[in-house]
Write a protein that binds this ligand. Structure first.
Ligand SMILES: Nc1ncnc2c1ncn2[C@@H]1O[C@H](COP(=O)(O)OP(=O)(O)OP(=O)(O)O)[C@@H](O)[C@H]1O
Ligand SMILES: [Mg+2]
Length: 504
């Protein structure tokens, strides 16, 4: 029995056909993966089901009945809940307050009553959350659990998750999958958007693949494999990117000497971190998220001040410098949160010029024509699927990442700081980004690659440093590294000879 049927759904944004006569069925009690390259139309289709967009054509049936979904309120009333990638929680409120927010029919409930109800619901659905905790203090994985609980508390029978694992570390992904399996056993139907084929194979019952706004096909997971899915998704086999062995340069372009820094709570986040990245070298930083990687990237781009230690870029002392000074010294940063690097209301062209506006000034005025030409060139070169005049907020996740990459890499920075550069990207875009990083290495830049994706670290890095609790617990040449050894180091179980490779 299909709990949801979407028939002939079409959605246009100006000339772009984001969804082109899509048929999609969701069975009761199944986990249905929605797969497709960046810009394939997955989010659009789900926003239509959740009432955030109106389809231009097509119809939706819930339990066989035609329905009209004009807002999330309508969707929720029909038992459809959605967890988007950018959580809609209110940080200063508690978990319990967030869960019941907008769902108390105007009654003001006692804090204790709310917390008790939410605790009961959490227990019933097997979601581990502390109802009295303030959301601001929760990890990303915990916030996601609150979002899921919020949907279930509203009696969702259909749960839509848009790239839920993109923001999670491996242990959190395991916990999420256990939760989903339990909820499925309880009769919940789940639509699961992801780019990771391995996750599709692991968690889903069926898969629908979209390409260019159309359905390529729907298959039973048990009857397919990663190769076939990749082929359906991109229309060709993918090969993956590997670096070629080549000698790295002698010249240290980035030197980090015994740097200490604190996190937002004022607790030690970096403990005497020392690193060197040479010209033409990719140094990979492996580690489970939350072990100081974020603070390291911030310290190395001037966003966070170190409490002690030194940072040199091509010999120039930049300790305590501002982000602008880091940029001027030749540090290009690809931030972990791509939405932080882009202004949604500005056009693609304006975003591409963003940090370098002074270069486009002519006699005190901005040269619009030059900004447009510059954008056209980068759109071509970096294969961004968008027009120069499009608002940045309308870009799909992958194209947004390409925009940032284009802005940073087109400046030929001496040092490239890349944090989780392929998170949320499809296989094609991932390959592209990795090739770009290798091209930077070949050009002679020093690349610091911070990634939780071990395959990525192993495929690209010349040397690999492992971070654990704010320390570099070891540095290995790539040829000595394998997933097991790195995994042990990442868990803090092994300390490789600190400093043996870490020093200059
Ligand atoms: N609000 C909007 N205005 C204009 N165009 C849009 C809007 N939302 C989406 N699009 C366009 O519709 C197409 C499909 O986008 P969508 O976000 O659905 O892709 P997606 O499959 O979710 O991609 P990703 O994996 O990168 O998140 C893209 O070309 C995108 O630029
Ligand atoms: Mg999307």
């Amino acid at each position: 029995m299909d709990i949801v049927q979407m028939r002939g759904i079409t959605k246009r944004f100006g000339p772009v056909v984001a969804n082109d006569h899509i048929d999609f069925n969701l069975r009761k009690g199944e986990i249905h993966a929605l797969l497709g390259e960046n810009g394939a139309g997955k989010t659009t289709l789900m926003r239509i089901l959740y009432g955030l967009y109106r389809a231009d054509e097509g119809e939706i049936l819930v339990e066989g009945w035609p329905v009209r979904i004009n807002s999330p309120k309508d969707a929720i009333a029909l038992g459809i809940g959605m967890v988007t990638q950018h959580f809609a929680l209110v940080p200063p409120l508690t978990v319990a307050e967030n869960v019941v927010l907008g769902f108390t029919d105007g009654f003001v409930l006692e804090k204790a009553t709310i917390e008790q109800r939410v605790a009961e619901a959490a227990k019933r659905f097997g979601l581990e959350v502390d109802p009295s905790a303030v959301v601001r203090h929760l990890s990303v994985g915990q916030r996601q659990r609150v979002e899921i609980l919020k949907a279930l508390y509203r009696e969702a029978r259909v749960l839509i998750l848009d790239e839920p694992t993109a923001v999670l570390v491996p242990q959190e992904i395991d916990a999420l999958f256990e939760t989903l399996e339990r909820l499925r056993a309880g009769g919940l139907s789940v639509i699961f958007i992801t780019h990771k084929l391995e996750e599709v194979m692991r968690i889903s019952d069926r898969v629908t693949v979209l390409r260019d706004g159309r359905v390529v096909g729907t298959v039973e997971t048990a009857r397919t494999n990663e190769r076939e899915l990749a082929r359906m998704m991109v229309g060709r086999e993918t090969f993956g990117v590997r670096r070629e062995e080549r000698a790295v340069g002698e010249q240290p372009l980035l030197q980090v000497e015994r740097v200490c820094a604190e996190d937002d709570q004022g607790l030690p986040a970096l403990k005497e971190v020392s690193l060197v990245v040479h010209a033409g070298e990719i140094l990979g930083i492996a580690g489970v998220g939350g072990n100081g990687q974020k603070e390291l990237a911030e310290v190395l781009s001037g966003v966070r001040r170190p409490t002690s230690g030194r940072i040199l870029v091509d010999g120039q002392d930049l300790t305590g410098a501002t982000p602008d000074e880091f940029t001027a010294a030749g540090v290009g940063r690809i931030p972990e949160d791509r939405h932080a690097g882009v202004v949604g209301e500005l056009s693609v062209a304006e975003n591409l010029a963003l940090e370098y506006l002074e270069e486009f000034a002519r006699g005190g005025m901005l040269d619009r024509e030059a900004i447009r030409r510059h954008a056209e060139e980068l759109i071509q070169r970096f294969q961004i699927k968008a027009r120069a005049t499009d608002r940045a907020r309308t870009l799909s996740g992958g194209n947004l990442q390409k925009l940032i990459l284009a802005r940073v890499l087109s400046r030929d920075p001496k040092v490239v700081l890349a944090s989780q550069p392929t998170r949320g990207l499809d296989v094609g875009a991932t390959e592209y980004v990795r090739q770009q990083l290798l091209a930077q290495r070949a050009r002679g830049a020093a690349v610091l690659l911070i990634s939780e994706d071990l395959d990525e670290i192993l495929a690209l890095s010349d040397r690999i440093a492992v971070m654990y609790e704010g320390e570099i617990v070891g540095v290995l040449p790539a040829q000595d590294a394998d997933p097991e050894r790195l995994g042990l180091m990442m868990s803090g179980a092994v300390k490789e000879r600190q400093g043996a490779y870490a020093e200059v």
